[in-house]
Write a protein that binds this ligand. Sequence first.
Ligand code: GTP
Ligand code: MG
Length: 288
Amino acid sequence: MDRAERIEAFEAKYQLFASQRSDAAPAKPRIAAWGLVKAGKSSLLNMLSGHASDEHFQTGDIRTTRINQALELDDYVLVDTPGLGFDADDTQQANQGLDKADVVLFVHAPPGELDVEEVALLDQLRNAYGDEVGERVVLVISQLDKLQDADLAEVRQTIERQALIHLGTKPECFVISSTRFKSGVEKNKEGLCIKSGIPQLAQHLQTLSKSLNHSLEEARQKRLARRALELCESIDVAIEQEIKLIEQVTQPYVVKAKAFIELIDGARRTFKTHTSDMQKARKKLDSL
Ligand SMILES: Nc1nc2c(ncn2[C@@H]2O[C@H](COP(=O)(O)OP(=O)(O)OP(=O)(O)O)[C@@H](O)[C@H]2O)c(=O)[nH]1
Ligand SMILES: [Mg+2]
């Protein structure tokens, strides 16, 4: 990124921050589903919001969600975000969803534990939520129907260990299957619904939302203050780099200018001596 682009990026970050600061936030917690593309985020939000069969949030086999979409429920507002890692626009949109989220459902689809990209996302969450990260982040391992129980247990253990290392705390973790829940709802089979893990997650989110209600505004202000500080720090670093750059660029001219001033000073001194000699000579002539 060149210097002009860097300044433009700061400008954009500032504008976004200023607009988010003046946004009217809902009185209920915002819960955002956030994670890599095709993790099962939109499907999960459909299950949590009573849209198991009619798809309020669009789902699909190829990258689907492209803008943040909110849905207000009794206790909280669900926010669907585009998948991370597809392209810069989707990632930027999803990160704006994260900026406003009071709680994040960090959705991961097996097989396997979190990859390098997702581990970096945990670091991003830790930065965003600071010491509240343990309460504000809920890990969701989706699509449990695709794995054997033993494999799932191993994946879960590894992911919890990764979360502990990168978040510095152990968040709540739910293993779910949207497909199983949908099937349970459509066939009216309660056992299937319970085995999907969705009702347990819904219960947790309801309890969490109620407990967060009284401290919501304070936590939002704290998050904004943390982001303002981060922005200031990165601008300070950029200013420091600019000052160094200006010093480097001007240094050779400073040396040349110094030598020139010394030359002029010397000439001036010589000229002064000559003038004074001439004045003395003139005086002598006058007195003859
Ligand atoms: N087997 C199985 N498939 C699932 C499950 N949840 C979602 N899927 C499928 O996985 C694909 C992606 O699901 P989405 O909910 O659209 O995923 P997403 O994370 O919202 O995707 P993007 O918006 O593109 O990032 C779809 O084909 C879903 O039908 C699940 O629990 N089990
Ligand atoms: Mg989606």
